[in-house]
Ligand binder design. Structure first.
Ligand SMILES: Cc1ncc(COP(=O)(O)O)c(C=O)c1O
Length: 368
């Protein structure tokens, strides 16, 4: 594990224990180097110029798209749309699919453990279209039961938007079951893989996910790059989200026809260095291999669970079943403000996320 640590320059430059990868990961030198290389050798605006350098930049950019399609086993690289982050990808689906396909009394189902980026856009869609926003609640083991899935995903459901791994609890949700139930009822499913893709292999065809989104920066890639995967037939029928350069086919004074996929959804100059960095991060992850990553994580998480459980003053929010739990460990120390806990840990060089119990998940479970 120490040899992997040496790949991260920031961990050589700072005396820290970085435990906030759920917020954003540090970047290995292999990713940083690829970005430097792009600026030193290939930089130009892709899809813009007919000169060699611009065509090379286009090739680098489009090869990265192919790499990402292959990584999640998309049928075609046209199903991969680059966005700014997971939040923008979810908003794109909410506006371009949700607003156009939902009507009064249709239902959107999300879970109570969603990140706000997979909650607030659906509130907006529900208000504008007159559809209902329903929640799948977690039980006291911080899991969503089969019964809850069957009760909430019904004939009225048109969209299910679900996080694969909760950023608050680390719970791994049974998305396979949810997708099966949703498809049985004729609904489409959006999987938020932001917290799962750094830790486990994702195969969109195997899952039969209709849409799947994630942010690069949580999986060793640069900040400011996100991915939206969508089934070709769904993306094809959707209207563009943002309008501008490079997403058009012909522009007339009063009307415009749009470019085919994926350009239809990529208006304006893109974050090319982010895309290249993401492809490099994927190379890095695959070189280590998910089985090795999981082996290391299992050791670290089991050790942390075991040691933290010994501390009586600490309340842990963990699913009892280790198989349903990824790398996030949430805890609270009664009577001590979380920011104080984080500040004390910071004084020892330990970086953790702190929050004053505001998230919807805890409010719903504990009535806090
Ligand atoms: C599960 C989940 N979804 C979505 C997001 C939003 O990601 P971003 O801020 O990169 O858009 C996060 C960020 O923490 C997350 O944990």
């Amino acid at each position: 594990m120490n040899s992997l640590k040496r790949d991260f320059p920031i961990l050589q430059n700072r005396e820290i224990v970085y435990l906030d990868s759920g917020a954003t990961t540090q970047k290995p030198k292999q990713v940083i180097k690829k970005i430097e290389e792009f600026y030193e050798k290939n930089n130009a605006n892709p899809h813009r110029g007919a000169y060699t350098l611009s065509m090379e930049a286009t090739e680098v950019y489009e090869n990265a798209r192919k790499r990402i399609a292959q990584f999640i086993n998309a049928k075609s690289d046209e199903e991969i749309i680059f966005t700014k982050n997971a939040t923008e990808a979810l908003n794109l689906i909410a506006y371009s699919y949700g607003m156009e396909n939902l009507k009064v009394d249709d239902e959107i189902v999300i879970s109570i453990m969603e990140h706000h980026s997979n909650l607030v856009p659906w509130q907006k869609v529900s208000k504008v279209t007159g559809s209902k926003l329903n929640y799948m609640y977690s039980n006291q083991d911080f899991e969503i039961s089969d019964e809850e899935i069957e009760n909430k995903i019904t004939d009225q459901t048109k969209i299910v938007a679900i996080t694969h791994v909760s950023n608050v609890l680390g719970t791994i949700n049974p998305i396979e079951k949810m997708i099966k139930q949703a498809h049985k009822k004729g609904a489409i499913v959006i999987v938020d893989a932001s917290q799962s893709i750094p830790h486990m292999k994702i195969d969109v065809q195997d899952l039969d996910a209709d849409f799947l989104i994630f942010s690069g920066h949580k999986m060793l890639a640069p900040l400011g790059i996100g991915v939206l995967y969508g089934k070709h037939e769904l993306l094809n029928q959707m209207s563009p989200f943002l309008m501008g350069g490079d997403m058009i086919e012909y522009v007339y004074e009063q009307n415009t026809t749009f470019a085919p996929l994926p350009n239809k959804f990529e208006a304006g100059t893109q974050n090319v260095e982010g895309v290249i960095g993401l492809a490099a991060a994927i190379d890095y992850i695959e070189e280590i291999g998910y089985s090795k990553i999981q082996e290391i994580e299992k050791q670290v998480i089991s050790y942390a669970r075991e040691e933290l459980e010994k501390l009586e003053f600490l309340k842990l929010y963990l699913t009892p079943n280790e198989m349903n739990h990824s790398g996030v460990i949430s805890f609270n120390i009664k009577e001590v403000h979380p920011h104080d806990v984080a500040s004390i840990l910071d004084s020892q060089g330990v970086c953790v996320r702190s929050r004053k119990s505001l998230c919807t998940t805890f409010d719903a479970i504990f009535g806090d």
